[in-house]
Design a protein around this ligand. Structure first.
Ligand SMILES: Cc1cc2nc3c(=O)[nH]c(=O)nc-3n(C[C@H](O)[C@H](O)[C@H](O)COP(=O)(O)OP(=O)(O)OC[C@H]3O[C@@H](n4cnc5c(N)ncnc54)[C@H](O)[C@@H]3O)c2cc1C
Length: 549
């Protein structure tokens, strides 16, 4: 059966970005807005309960469960990439760490041709997005849809992490999302009232119902139909039923860094040569589509713990029953939290404009690969490179919308990415030798004492490194030949097609990516409506020649 409906704006994908865009545009009651999401509603316990975060990572009801093509510089391994397929997208399955990009990243975006994306331009949108539990100030928002809470960091292993940082001479920052990102920090999280605060919770469920906003879940968009460089309709499948939605004004693609370029390509928009190779008729030759894909490459260092304090104690089968009950009755206890209360952004070298390494510390050992979800005693530092030079691409080899996008990130292709990761690991090893760790430090489990020399460590990295799940930059903002959208998210050479998700980042940021994606969707929703918040000038920390070594 074929049904036809017309809207002013059609938003494809309800993830971190799409929920923001649909919500903000529909604040104008005169506009008819349609939000289309392939996945189901986000009302399952696994999505709502923060501590259940491991479950959606292996569950195809909420997750596209993608894998890269064999990564040549990671010993030919295919790297697992969970992506949310549910209302709220990846913000409904992510780790809920709330951290903005370093202010320098945005000044760098502007320097790379993304005009009006410098720190002073994005700061008002970061603030507009959030309600910070410590209240508003010149850097922080107090009335936004995303509720941001400060972690408690009371567990003894978190305390050891913070103390060891001080002993190693690493500064402690009071607010990593304020003046100073750099240093050791207590994390902030998109959790409130014991619930995962996804973008769908903040921007859809927590807003008044709007008759002009239609949200359809379980609807897979299969492409956009164009005529004279103008999108006229969106094609979709609702189970076996084909649907067609006519658009009067614009279509905004928010399907994420893999599925947005895929949708462009299967609609005939992309590199003409690649499309012809895939047997797809070219409607608009745009060579940058899918190119420049980036991600944070990283590796976990695992340690045994000498005292019986690891959080894994609370996550045994009986422990889970207790925490589940406590969460269901009161929305409190272990169920209401994630497991990263502390972390650090650091430089391993002099002369860098911003930290190049992130540590994410966890007081247990977790394994979240599909098919294996286990929690063990110990503690771990996940070390990742924040501005990797390696990049890859997304492509399709057929026009079939049911086929997963193909992608390669080329992790560690650039030798300097490997060197930065190597330097980050040396730094973890040094920090874990500080006195604060003496009572807790067991042996190093991974890489382990057998990987001792610098040479061994460099050889080990390609066999062990993986990702922090921050795919971005596959349809980037810019004015050059390989750019896909202009600074207002409009696809170059098309009349009424925009992209507003992680794909458009001109470069990957020094941070987990959710807050930045939400900020950019806030800013692009204003661009769609022809509005702009005035810039806000606030200084930010510049460590000059500071380095931890
Ligand atoms: C496991 C994991 C952990 C992470 N942890 C953190 C963290 O702790 N902190 C942090 O800051 N960042 C984290 N991230 C990254 C962050 O969540 C993402 O960068 C961000 O959510 C991306 O937003 P997006 O809007 O670009 O895409 P998504 O949020 O992925 O949204 C895309 C949406 O489009 C839908 N869609 C795709 N194709 C179609 C189609 N054809 N038809 C209809 N709908 C479609 C998808 O189902 C999805 O809902 C994590 C990511 C993952 C996957």
């Amino acid at each position: 059966m074929n049904s036809k409906k017309t809207y002013d704006y059609i938003v494809v994908g309800s993830g971190s970005a799409g929920s923001v865009i649909a919500s903000r545009i529909s604040e104008d009651a005169s506009l008819r807005v349609l939000l289309l999401e392939a996945g189901p509603l986000d009302n399952h316990l696994y999505v709502k309960m923060p501590a259940a975060l491991g479950f959606p990572l292996k569950d195809d009801r909420f997750n596209w469960l993608y894998h890269s093509q064999p990564e040549s510089f990671l010993a030919g391994r295919r790297i697992y990439q969970p992506r949310g397929r549910v209302l709220g997208g990846s913000s409904s399955i992510n780790g809920m760490i709330w951290v903005r990009g370093n202010p320098w990243d945005f000044d760098n975006w502007e320097a790379q041709g993304a005009s009006n994306w410098s720190y002073k331009h994005v700061l008002p949108y970061f603030k507009r997005a959030e309600t910070f539990d410590q209240g508003p100030n010149p850097y922080r928002g107090g009335r936004g849809p995303m509720r941001v809470s400060t972690s408690s960091a009371t567990h003894p292993l978190f305390k050891a992490f913070l103390d060891a940082g001080a002993e190693a001479g690493i500064p402690l920052t009071a607010d990593l999302n304020g003046y100073q990102q750099e240093g050791v920090h207590v994390t902030q999280r998109s959790i409130s009232g014991g619930l995962r605060w996804s973008s769908s919770r903040g921007y859809l469920h927590s807003q008044p119902k709007r008759p002009n906003l239609t949200v359809l879940t379980g609807v897979l968009v299969t492409g956009v139909e164009t005529s004279n460089k103008r999108v006229v309709r969106v094609k979709a499948k609702d189970r076996s039923e084909t649907k067609v939605f006519e658009v009067d004004r614009e279509v905004i693609l928010c399907a994420g860094a893999l599925n947005t370029p895929k949708l462009m390509m299967i609609s005939g928009i992309g590199h003409a040569h690649d499309l012809r190779d895939a047997g797809i008729a070219v409607t608009h030759d745009l060579p940058g589509v899918g190119r420049g894909l980036k991600d944070h490459v990283g590796v976990g260092l695992r340690y045994a713990v000498a005292k019986d304090v690891s959080l894994a104690n609370k996550l045994t089968i009986p422990g889970r029953a207790v925490l589940g009950l406590e969460w269901m009755l009161f929305k409190k206890g272990i169920g209401s939290r994630n497991f990263w209360d502390v972390g650090a952004f650091l430089r391993t070298r002099r002369g860098l404009p911003a930290p190049n390494i992130q540590f994410e510390f966890s007081p247990l050992l977790g394994n979240y690969e599909p098919g294996s979800l286990s929690v063990e005693h110990g503690f771990s530092h996940f070390v990742s490179v924040q501005r990797p030079k390696s990049s890859g691409r997304v492509w399709v080899d057929s026009a079939d919308p049911a086929v997963a996008p193909k992608f390669l990130v080329n992790y560690l292709q650039d030798r300097d990415d490997l060197e930065q990761l190597f330097e980050g690991i040396k730094l973890v090893r040094r920090v874990v030798q500080q006195q604060a760790w003496d009572e807790f430090r067991g042996g190093e489990l991974k890489p382990g004492p057998q990987v001792a020399s610098d040479d061994d460590l460099r050889k080990w990295l390609p066999t062990a490194a993986s990702t922090n799940f921050h795919l971005a930059c596959s349809c980037r903002i810019g004015q050059d030949d390989m750019a896909v959208v202009d600074p207002e998210g409009r696809v170059h050479g098309m009349d009424n097609l925009r992209i507003a998700d992680a794909s458009v980042m001109p470069d990957i940021v020094t941070a987990n990516t959710n807050a930045t994606v939400i900020m950019l969707a806030e800013k692009l929703s204003d661009a769609i409506l022809g509005k702009r918040l005035p810039p806000e000038f606030q200084p930010y920390y510049d460590a000059d020649d500071y380095v931890v070594n």
